[in-house]
Design a protein around this ligand. Structure first.
Ligand code: GDP
Length: 145
C-alpha cells in the first residue's frame, strides 16, 4: 500500500443539510486525514470545467446547475490507498445501490444530489487537487505534505 492523496467534495445538498461535521467524522474514523480544505461556491463555468469529462452526458447541464447552486466544502484527504478508501466509504453513485453505512446511503437524496465527490483514480486525483489547490500541488512535489 502506498500513501496517496485524493480530492473530496461535500456537495451543495450536503452543505445545505449541515452535514460537514458528520462527513468529516467519517473521514477521521476511516483514517482519512484532511490536509487542506476550503469552502467555496463554484461559478457555472468552474463547475463546467471541473466536470468536463461528462460534457456529452445528458445530465451535464443539470449537474453543472446543481454543483453551482450553493457552497461546497472541498478537501484533500491523505491516507494509505486514499483514493479507493474514500470511494469505499462514499458508496455507489446511486444512493439506492449504495451499501448500508456508506456516505451516500446515509446522506444522498438522488443519483445527482449524492452528497459527496471523490477522485476515481490517482491520475484524476492529481488533476482535481491541482484544480482546487494549485499551491498545494506545487508544495507537495518534492516532499509528502
Ligand atoms: P461518481 O464518480 O460516483 O461521482 O459518478 P460519475 O463520475 O459517474 O458522475 C459524476 C456525478 O454526476 C455524480 O456524482 C452525480 O452527481 C452526477 N450523475 C451521475 N449519473 C447521473 C445521472 O444518471 N443523472 C443525473 N442527474 N446525475 C448523474
Amino acid at each position: 500500500m502506498a500513501l496517496e492523496y485524493t480530492l473530496s467534495i461535500i456537495k451543495p445538498d450536503a452543505v445545505r443539510k449541515r452535514l460537514i461535521g458528520q462527513i468529516y467524522s467519517r473521514f477521521e474514523k476511516n483514517a482519512l486525514v484532511v490536509v487542506i480544505a476550503k469552502r467555496v461556491r463554484l461559478t457555472r463555468e468552474q463547475a463546467e470545467n471541473f466536470y468536463n469529462v461528462h460534457k456529452e452526458r445528458s445530465f451535464f447541464p443539470q449537474l453543472v446547475a446543481f454543483m453551482s447552486s450553493g457552497p461546497i466544502m472541498v478537501q484533500v484527504l491523505k491516507a494509505e490507498s486514499a483514493v479507493s478508501r474514500n470511494r469505499e466509504i462514499m458508496g455507489d453513485t446511486d444512493p439506492r445501490r449504495a451499501k448500508p453505512g456508506t456516505l451516500r446511503a446515509d446522506f444522498a437524496t438522488t443519483i445527482e444530489e449524492n452528497a459527496v465527490h471523490g477522485s476515481d483514480s490517482i491520475e484524476t486525483a492529481k488533476k482535481e487537487i491541482a484544480f482546487f489547490f494549485p499551491e498545494f500541488s506545487a508544495s507537495c512535489k518534492d516532499h509528502p505534505c
